[in-house]
Design a protein around this ligand. Sequence first.
Ligand SMILES: Cc1cc2nc3c(=O)[nH]c(=O)nc-3n(C[C@H](O)[C@H](O)[C@H](O)COP(=O)(O)O)c2cc1C
Length: 318
Amino acid sequence: MNNSSPGETAQPDSKELLATEIAGIRFNNPVLTASGTCGYGLDMIELIDLNRLGGICTKGLSARPMPGNAPWRIVETHGGMLNAIGLQNIGARAFVEEKLPHLRSYDTRIIPNVFGYTIGEYIEAIEILESGEGIDGYELNISCPNVKAGGESFANDATQAAAVTRAVKKASTRPVIVKMSPNVTDLALIARAVEDAGADALSLINTAVGMSIDIYTRRPRLANVTGGLSGPAIKPIAIRCVYQAFRAVKIPLIGIGGVATVEDALEFMIAGAGAVQVGTANFYDPGASMKIVDGLAEFCNQQGLKTIRDLVGTVRLD
Ligand SMILES: Cc1cc2nc3c(=O)[nH]c(=O)nc-3n(C[C@H](O)[C@H](O)[C@H](O)COP(=O)(O)O)c2cc1C
């Protein structure tokens, strides 16, 4: 409700300003936490009010639990970090039974992030999650090697990316958001293939492949040799990807990559993202997502915007 006295210009309340809909999912605001940086959401409850988050993308879930890679699995870099966690997770069944009942008591959208090494494994995970009450949609991590196609990542090949999207859409009663990789030569081509295969939205980007070497041991710092670069260092790449995808497809986009401040979130939205996810910033500033929610409402008021949705894709090229 507005509390403006007579004569003052009424400002819409922040609930109206920030509410949005993506892939048929209604979000209270366009700020989500990114997969792998907030566990299964519950890890954040002592740090932030989950009711004030637009949504939570869980750590990647597979049909069965996975132990992940050997250490070292994380390396700090300038403006970011490299990780090769190896998709360690408790498995879709344990998520549904042990985490979901508590998580769904919060007023936030719950989006399990899902992966597999074959299309069949994606379907198995989805079939388990379909039995879970309170799930709002799925985010597909397609940056995984397809072991039945020579180990090339699904995300790097338009045909494979479309095939996994189509199969998951068939198996799911819920909206499917497909997460794009920046490690491709033609993002627009893959985005269009995934849209044609039925994706309800795209989220972008996943991490950029990187490597770091210890000059004294001359060994890679990560046991896995390469890892995924994330954090502010990748933001310009992510903004470029959102900008390109916005021109290539009609389905909504969720921007990810180095979002740490309200200015970052606004930049993604102007490039074409209807919402953003906060990832690496959660590790060094767990309150970042809350500050972004507050900052977005303030920006709308300052700029006289009636809804944050009016900002999406308004980058000017004239
Ligand atoms: C430690 C760590 C684990 C991650 N695990 C996953 C995962 O399980 N599934 C996934 O799709 N993305 C995963 N990501 C990628 C993030 O969700 C996000 O796309 C990426 O980090 C870029 O955003 P950021 O720069 O804000 O961190 C992970 C990232 C980090 C840093």
